[in-house]
Ligand binder design. Structure first.
Ligand code: PXP
Length: 252
């Protein structure tokens, strides 16, 4: 498989920090998880520094910037505080996500269309600092066009609606969501955007998304960290990699 066609896997380590923070100590260490993930073939590490610091901490981001060989995808909300942190670290990639204090996870995509001017100004210095800017959005042409207009280089499509429908046995709905994701990855690619996808992906849901030729990267966290309890982190990641590569290879 040539590099141009390779589907990258970004491993999100937020929930190693969730478990650590449940006791307030140093274990399990997200940096150790990041090292194992890169040894297991992760193409990048993703970490979301939330405003309330419920999982990843500022010190984790500093540590990741120091130890990683693979690129860090720094997820953050569009706030002044996070912009300053990103400009200090200049990570390889910054992914802008919506954030609500009361949510359990990033529930929807970012509302770009209504906030175009504000977001265009927000991401400009990040791009000037050399970070590749990605915008986490729903599979909606309005949001994709807006992400393109504000100068984002990448969009990450939110796969949560597809994964939730699949997990709850609403299979027709899951198919509808998959069709939207497929069509919108083609559309975004046609505008010149690089397309990533993620949220809620599991061994059962990853293959169809991995077949979309325009999708270059999947970001996967919660399920992998959960599987690591049963399989170990390295085997859990290797299994995901195999499923992605097998699905991708079948399309070539
Ligand atoms: N991509 C983005 C932009 C996210 O916010 C998240 C969750 O933090 C993920 C991917 C990974 O989602 P999950 O942890 O459900 O695999």
């Amino acid at each position: 498989m040539s590099n141009a066609e390779k589907l990258r896997l970004g491993v999100n380590i937020d929930h190693v920090a969730t478990v650590r923070n449940a006791r307030g100590g140093a274990y399990p260490d997200p940096l150790r998880a990041a090292r194992i993930a890169q040894e297991a073939g992760a193409d990048g590490i993703t970490a979301h520094l939330r405003e309330d610091r419920r999982h990843i901490s500022d010190a984790d981001i500093e540590g990741l910037m120091e130890v990683l060989r693979v690129p860090l995808n720094f997820e953050m909300a569009a706030t002044d505080e996070m912009q300053k942190i990103a400009l200090r670290h200049k990570p390889h990639a910054v992914c802008i996500v919506p954030e609500k204090r009361e949510e359990r996870t990033t529930e929807g995509g970012l509302e770009v269309a209504r906030e175009e001017n504000k977001l265009a100004h927000f991401i400009a210095p990040l791009r000037e600092a050399g970070s590749r800017v990605s915008i986490f959005i729903a599979a909606d042409p309005r949001q994709i066009e807006a992400a393109n207009r504000i100068g984002a280089e990448v969009i990450e499509l939110h796969t949560g609606a597809y994964c939730d429908a699949h997990a709850e046995g609403r299979l027709e709905e899951a198919e509808v969501e998959l069709t939207k994701l497929r069509e919108m990855s083609t559309f975004a690619h046609s505008l010149g955007l690089e397309v990533h996808a993620g949220h809620g992906l599991t061994y059962d849901t990853v293959a169809p998304v991995a077949t979309f030729p325009e999708v270059r990267e999947l970001n996967i966290g919660h399920f992998l960290i959960g599987e690591a309890i049963f399989l170990g982190l390295e085997p859990a990641i290797l299994k995901m990699r195999q499923l992605m590569d097998k699905a991708r290879a079948a399309t070539l």
